[in-house]
Design a protein around this ligand. Sequence first.
Ligand SMILES: Nc1nc2c(c(=O)[nH]1)N[C@H]1C(S)=C(S)[C@@H](COP(=O)(O)O)O[C@H]1N2
Ligand SMILES: [Mo]
Length: 314
Amino acid sequence: MPAFKTPHIPASEITPRGVFLDRRRFMAGAGAIGLAGIGGSSALAALQAKKSAYTVADTVTPKEDATTYNNFYEFGTGKGDPAAYSGDFKPFPWKIKIDGMVAKPMEFDVEDLMATMPLEERVYRFRCVEAWSMVLPWTGFMLSDLLKKVEPLGSAKYIAMRSASRPEEMPGVNYPILEWPYREGLRLDEAMHPLTLMAVGIYGDKLPNQNGAPIRLVVPWKYGFKSIKSIETITFTDTQPETSWNMAAANEYGFYSNVNPERDHPRWSQASERVLGTGGGFFGGGARRDTEKFNGYGNEVASLYAGMDLIENY
Ligand SMILES: Nc1nc2c(c(=O)[nH]1)N[C@H]1C(S)=C(S)[C@@H](COP(=O)(O)O)O[C@H]1N2
Ligand SMILES: [Mo]
C-alpha cells in the first residue's frame, strides 16, 4: 500500500471516551483509509463518515476478496454462495427493533440511522473461526450510541440479536443448516465497548448484500461469527442469550468466542491464520501469520475479562 500522509486528527478524537489506544498501531493506519475515499464511488455521498483513530495500520484486503469470499449461511454454505445467491435480497427499506429490558423500546429506520448517526470509517482486523482473516475499512457507528437511545434498565445484562430470515429472498433458510433466524449475543459491557461497531458500509460504500446489508455488527476481538449480519432485532435480557453456532455445536463454539491462539478449536489449531488476498495463491488463498490474542485488541478489551478463565469460557 502506498504511503499517504497521516491526516490531522484532533486530540479529542484520538482517545474517544477516554479509552486507551495503542497509538503506534492505530495512528499509523489512519492515513491509509484516505485511499478508499479518493477513489470513492458516488454512493460515498450517502455515507458521510469521519476517519476514526480506531484504525489499524495493516494492509487493507482487496475489495474483490472481501466481497466474494464470505460466510452468510442464509445464502448457502459455500464461500461463493453469498455473492452468487443474494441478488434477490432487499435491504431497503429496513427497520431494526430494540426491545426487552429497556425503558423506551424503539424501532429505527436504517436509512434514517445512516443520515443521523455519527458515522466513522474504521479499518479493523477481522478473524474468522475457520482460521482466515482480513482487514476491512468499515463505515458505521458505535453500537453504544444506538443502545443508549432506548434507555436500558439496570437489570439488563446481555443483548440478544437476530438476523432477517426470509425464505423468498434467502435460499439457505429453507434448509435446517442452523437455527434460523441466525442469532447472536453479547454481554452488555461488550456491547457498550467503543470498539463494537454497527456497520452500514465497507470501502466507503453501502454494504453489499453478501456482507450483511443494510446493517451488521462488527466485534473485531471476537471470531467472525459473532459479527451478525442483516440485523432485525436487538433484545435486552438478564440471561445469556442462545446463539446459532453454540446451538449447532456447543463444544466447538462458545458464547464468548474471543480470538485466542492458546485455545484450539477441537478440529483445528487457532495459533495462526491465512490472510485473505495476500501471498498469491487461488480463490481464498493467503499467506499465514500468527494469530494474536483478542485479535490484537488486548490493550482495549482484555480488562473486560479480568479474572475469567478464557480456555473454559471459550
Ligand atoms: N446472519 C449471519 N451473520 C453472519 C454469518 C451468517 O452465516 N449469518 N456468518 C458469520 C461468519 S462465520 C463470518 S466469518 C462473518 C463474515 O463476514 P463478511 O462476509 O463481511 O466477511 O459473518 C458472520 N455473520
Ligand atoms: Mo466465520
